[in-house]
Design a protein around this ligand. Sequence first.
Ligand code: BTN
Length: 306
Amino acid sequence: MKQQILESLRNASTVVSGEALSAELGISRVSVWKHVRKLQSLDYDIISTSKGYQLVRSPDVPFPWEIPGRASKIHYYPEVTSTMDVAMALARDGCPDFTIVVAGRQTKGRGRLQRTWQSGEGGLFFTVVLRPDIPPALGSKINLAAAVDLATTLRRMFTIDVKVKWPNDILTQERKLAGILLQMEAEADRITFMNIGIGLNVNNHPVAEVPSAVSIKEILGQAVSRKKILSEFLDQFETRMKRKTLNDVIDQWKRLNATLHRRVKIITTSEQIEGMAEDIDNSGGLILRLDNGRTRTVIFGDCFHQ
Ligand code: BTN
């Protein structure tokens, strides 16, 4: 109902009477008023006079009804510990493919390798639950696919040079704009579900905590719409997942990458490896040329461009 009221108010450039809304939506005028009050409490600037209602401004909050065609599968929380926790519970409970958990803030946002993910107001924090019918070994390709689709969405929407960094960071001007975290549960030959968590610095200021990070607002000098970014990314990523082929991901990743043909240092939980990043293999592993001339493929770790 909120979605319908907002649509009617957006379509009319002027005041819409309570009577007209009630007739259009088939609900009483008191009901219309209650929904408007609720929207106002969610920070929608709706002027309410004796003549009716006028929408002046909508907040840039990715409420389910703000993301076209996805209201029933988006779970929005103003604050959670981590969207990964909520998504995990929903996934174990059998939620459908492409369920999305999105939060305004996270109190325990986490990154790869047990790191904290700064999750303050203005950022975009969400997890997509996927149920791909593929073997677990192909899981890392989905990870790369999410990075490619996020990078291309941002390149299309804004004039910023966005690149992907191995294994799955999104950079601009060599600074981190977004990170992706993957969690999955699988049986021997089939993925049960795979949760892809994305943290994107949009209108927040991550640099205060993480000097090597940057937000879109800091780059462009103006705030941009988180709702639009989320909606466009989800459309692109879902279209890819529906095609059921991941054959093109590696080439697409290579075209957008900032890591290959550079000297890198990889830090894993148990060791540190340095070398030239030569290529990635068909499962997304990074092929390094070591100083002794040998090659070595690493499948996880933190990557530092030298
Ligand atoms: C990384 O680069 O280390 C990955 C960062 C992933 C952060 C996102 S924010 C949404 C989701 N919830 C979390 O707690 N983490 C991921």
